[in-house]
Design a protein around this ligand. Structure first.
Ligand code: PEP
Ligand code: MG
Length: 324
């Protein structure tokens, strides 16, 4: 698939109306990194650090982690990598951690909740990331932030890690971005201060959709009932975009939907300027974006909304048939 889109690999995803959309890739293992050059991705918008924990049979040590992150950063050759701190619990269970028996793990003790309640691993990870950056720029984001207070507590852990590194005389990143993943509706309604304080936000659409529609992402039966291009969901995304614009907060979307061409088009039409997806999706999404005027997409979407449709999918897909 990458060969098919090789001719546009080094070209920007610039729409006919002159809007440039940054296409980044999702990754989780060092083996994924060669796709950065192969796909033409502009950096890694989501590096799922838990994968490196999941493939082991014991808790890694800080030095090992820092060596791993150094390899990731070296492989990225100066391109930005947004490291997401450990997102365990729910569907991701570490073989060497006592599983907690929860009736509803997706809504249970997971991700940053574990990181804040038992901060040992989070601290080790932050320190390993700072060491790996070794003075170079670093971007870190926390998973499953639902409230401003959680973001502040997580950021305080980063501040502590920085203080420790400073005391030890280690170099600090020349630029440090600390972000949050928006994966629950609540964060979209957080106080303005949250949008001011956070360095960037990435929408984790897989989880966000599950909580927005109360539909388990692992349950085929209910998962497919709800469309990402549902008018209610898009209206929520639109509000998040507007709040980020108002506070000048960089916003990206890194759930699987970002890599689906019709979804990517609608997200770009709504105002999203950065999409992070699996590497194989970058070519097809870029190919489509380069042929489209977003004003047209917006008009089609607005029309479907005005007609009272549940989802804009049919209208956009039908229109698209005549465009490409
Ligand atoms: C998401 O929830 O959309 C996301 C990107 O994170 P994960 O799929 O790893 O939960
Ligand atoms: Mg998620």
């Amino acid at each position: 698939a990458q060969e098919r889109y090789a001719s546009i690999r080094d070209l920007p995803a610039e729409t006919k109306c002159g809007q440039v959309i940054a296409l980044q890739m999702n990754a989780g293992l060092i083996a994924d990194l060669p796709s950065l050059a192969g796909s033409g991705a502009e950096g890694v918008g989501l590096f799922r650090t838990e994968l490196q924990f999941l493939i082991r049979n014991q808790m890694p040590r800080r030095a090992e982690l820092s060596a791993l992150y150094t390899r990731v950063l070296n492989a990225a050759q100066g391109q930005r990598v947004a490291f997401r701190t450990l997102d365990i619990g729910s569907d991701k269970v570490l073989p060497y951690m006592k599983p907690n028996d929860e009736p509803n793990p997706a809504m249970g003790w997971r991700a940053i909740r574990v990181g804040l309640d038992k901060p040992g691993v989070l601290r080790m990870q932050l320190q390993a990331l700072l060491r790996a950056a070794n003075g170079q720029p670093l971007a870190v984001m926390f998973p499953f932030i639902t409230q401003i207070s959680e973001f502040r507590a997580a950021r305080a852990e980063m501040d502590k890690a920085i203080a420790r590194e400073t005391k030890l005389g280690h170099p600090l990143p020349e630029k440090l971005e600390v972000g949050a993943m928006l994966e629950t509706p609540s964060l979209g309604f957080a106080p303005d201060a949250f949008f001011e304080e956070v360095d960037f936000i990435s929408i984790g659409g897989n989880d966000l959709k599950q909580f927005f529609f109360a539909a388990d992402r692992e349950n085929e039966r209910v998962r497919k009932r709800y469309d990402t291009l549902d008018v209610s969901f898009l209206s929520f995304i639109k509000q998040v975009i507007q709040r980020c614009e108002a506070s000048n907060t960089p916003l990206s979307f890194c759930g699987e939907d970002a890599g689906r061409p019709v979804e990517a088009l609608c997200f770009a039409a709504l105002g999203l300027r950065t999409l992070s997806m699996r590497p194989a999706s970058i070519g097809p999404v870029k190919h489509l974006l380069r042929r489209i005027d977003l004003n047209d997409v917006r008009a089609v979407m607005d029309d479907a909304i005005a007609k009272g449709e549940q989802s804009v999918r049919r209208a956009v897909a039908d229109w698209l048939v005549y465009q490409v």
